[in-house]
Design a protein around this ligand. Sequence first.
Ligand code: PNW
Length: 457
Amino acid sequence: MTSQQFPTGFQWGTATAAYQIEGAVDRDGRKPSVWDTFSATKGRTFQGQTGAIACEHYDRYKDDIKLMAELGVQTYRFSISWCRIVPDGRGTVNQAGLDFYRRLVDCLLDYGITPYATLFHWDSPQALETKYGSWRSREMAQDFAEYVKVVVSNLGDRITNWMTLNEITCFTHMGHGVGKTPQHAPGTKVGSKKEVWQTSHHALLAHGLACQAIRANSPKSCSIGLVDNFGVTVPLYESPEHIEAAKKAFPYHCGNGGIIYPALTGEYSSALLEQLKNDAPDIQEGDLKTIHQPLDFLGLNIYTGTYIRAADNWQGCEWIDFPKNYPALNMPWLQIVPECLYWGIRHVSETLNRPDLALFITENGCAAQDELTSQGEVFDLDRILYLRQHLQSVHRAAIEGYPILGYFIWSFMDNFEWSYGYDKRFGITYVDYKTQQRIPKSSYHWYAECIRQNRVV
Ligand code: PNW
């Protein structure tokens, strides 16, 4: 057998998100999202950059999808912008917004690429932030479900793979802060940690109500997932005691105990609740039942991990800091921990006791300091190094029998990296922001070969 061969049917893909690539923020009836407002506020993003133009994907989607088809991917994960579909957040539906995504999806289907649509990737309608503080209010969950109903009843004939919300902790915990200004939109300071936890609780409710709305309104049988960037606790090395310690540490992380536990088990992890004490959110009767919907898959966004060792303390585990000069890529949090993908997959299956649940790596990738040569090429050898090692880790999980069905590289092309603006490039396709030219990097060609051979090359 050829080495590092993936199981037949393994799905190869790439991922993007609406605000990071589309631009065209005031076209065809779209109204502002919190990211338009936040990035236009002085001092919030790198050099005051915004997603107003981004990659002009709104107008260039056909060429982008053609390039994606040449790459050979079977799947594409993108997000739908709430403020294109329901520009005020609730109320009037904007037909032109639906039409854009219909054209986009039809183009994908023409090339035989299966669409995976994320219904929310951080771009809340500004109108709802102004009206009631978006995720600080329970009303947001209901309004989200209404928007989801519109999308699914209009596009559900051609999209059958849905993801509700992307990375709940990023737009709740990183968008609301106590004391200091948060790094993500809406960038609101709140009075207590409890209020922050309340925002993620509302997002979980939105997830639950959205699942119900999808099942009730999809014209076809479909599959539904949640996408989370949970914390991967990696054993210092693979001895039985460190593996045990990494498992014990797992439910303490806020994205694990506070997001995937309630979504998958119907309970916040007891480890986390003990730690939160009075900071835990208020949970109304029936909330956990609403949040705990049957899921067809879980999407894992994994870029790095944290090393854990066994310890003689009450938790039985200890978090280890990275030493100075530990290998990292071009992002403050991007320490290279290739085993993180294997352990992320294994922990979700085993620690949450869900060996049946289908998993996708819905994001994995890295920022590198890409340089365009005078010949107009980008030799991103560091990205290939990173991706190859991480894919090997996915491969290990696959051959050990974990239900990992596919892998999406973040990202198909360089894009607006939130508060880092265009300073950080995650794409396997280079975007020249002066000309909007797309230039496949070495990693694009490498990935095409992996897909062609269905193995890590
Ligand atoms: C994800 N961390 O965010 C998002 O889903 C993407 O939109 C984003 O472009 C991509 O990863 C790269 O940043 C993350 O602090 C934000 O570990 C923060 C972290 C990880 C992922």
